[in-house]
Design a protein around this ligand. Structure first.
Ligand code: SF4
Ligand code: SF4
Length: 312
């Protein structure tokens, strides 16, 4: 009852995260660390400092953050730019700098919510959803917050709220299956069918993810599952990977996949976290390649949606 979760965003009126109009809840914290991640601010299960140097007023002589930081984390270099010691900031609980920054160049990412607080927001949005919509739990990885999420899902069940999840399914099987009992619609990411490549791109093997999907299918779960693949040139756009994924899907009686073309919209967030993105110079999968992958799945009787065209 007293569970809390850390969320980094809550968005209303979402139409690509499940059926109908939805409220999407973004959890902080992810077990994977995908090199191409569009939401790297979601990796840590804690509040984080974002710094957008493009809107910082240092050239106008602003030094407010240095003055207010109680830990001496911000120094100004010889050319006048602020330099943040993130080793200090990761232990900060107060984030005074974000309150004083005049242009929101410094922002706190992540906020703690109780179950009651989140349910109040969902109730506020209830009338936006119509008869098909509801709430989608995304992230980061919602399964990392399982006691909190379970409590929220039980309340949603009581209120007959439609529930969806966007997950990498990297969790203890018992936890995964318990959460999925309360989910009507799921997008589950399969980044790569090759174990080594999965490890290389995400930091972990795909064993647990694939076995959780198999367990879910065997469990008699009666929700709708669409697999999802961020499609990245030279990483998982090969015919060989598509063939292995198609075989896995057919074996497990899964007939829907959503291919998302890798994009770089998250690059500014890597910069704001002070982290280099390994994929900053990476090329894109061509439209022709996306079409040929789509045709391949369709040829095997698997509905394949590209981009935000998943049919709900
Ligand atoms: S997050 Fe905390 S430690 Fe870091 S600069 Fe801001 S006030 Fe200082
Ligand atoms: S308070 Fe904000 S705008 Fe001013 S120097 Fe610090 S980061 Fe830049």
């Amino acid at each position: 009852m007293n569970e809390k979760g850390i969320l980094f965003d809550i968005q209303s009126f979402c139409v690509h995260d499940g059926p109908g109009c939805r409220t999407t809840v973004f959890f902080s914290g992810c077990p994977l660390s995908c090199k191409w991640c569009a939401n790297p601010e979601s990796w840590k299960m804690q509040k984080q400092l974002l710094f957008a140097d493009t809107v910082c007023k240092w050239e106008k002589g602003c030094r407010a953050c240095k003055t207010v930081c109680p830990h001496g984390s911000i120094q100004f270099t010889d050319n006048g730019k602020p330099e943040i010691n993130r080793d200090i900031c990761k232990h900060c609980t107060t984030f005074e700098c974000t309150d004083i920054c005049p242009n929101n160049a410094l922002r706190k990412c992540g906020k703690e919510y109780t179950v009651d607080e989140l349910m109040d927001i969902l109730r506020r949005d209830f009338n936006n959803w119509g008869c098909e919509g509801g709430v989608t739990f995304s992230g980061g990885e919602p399964l990392l917050h399982h006691p909190f999420l379970l409590e929220v899902l039980k309340r949603c069940y009581t209120l007959q709220i439609n529930t969806a999840i966007e997950t990498c399914a990297y969790a203890e099987p018992e936890i995964f299956l318990e959460i999925m009992k309360y989910i009507h619609f799921a997008f589950i990411d399969v980044k790569n069918m090759d174990q080594e490549k999965h490890l290389e791109g995400t930091g972990f093997s795909n064993d647990l993810i694939l076995s959780n999907i198999e367990l879910l299918k065997k469990s008699g779960w009666n929700g709708r599952l669409v697999l999802r693949q961020p499609t990245i040139a030279g990483y998982n756009d090969s015919q060989e990977n598509a063939r292995k994924l198609m075989e896995f899907m057919v074996k497990n009686e899964l007939y829907e996949i959503n291919l998302l073309k890798f994009h770089k919209l998250g690059l500014s967030k890597w910069n704001q976290l002070g982290k280099p993105c390994a994929y900053h110079a990476h090329g894109y999968v061509t439209d022709e390649k996306m079409q040929s992958l789509q045709a391949f799945y369709l040829d095997h009787d698997i509905a394949c949606y590209v981009g935000d065209h998943t049919s709900f």
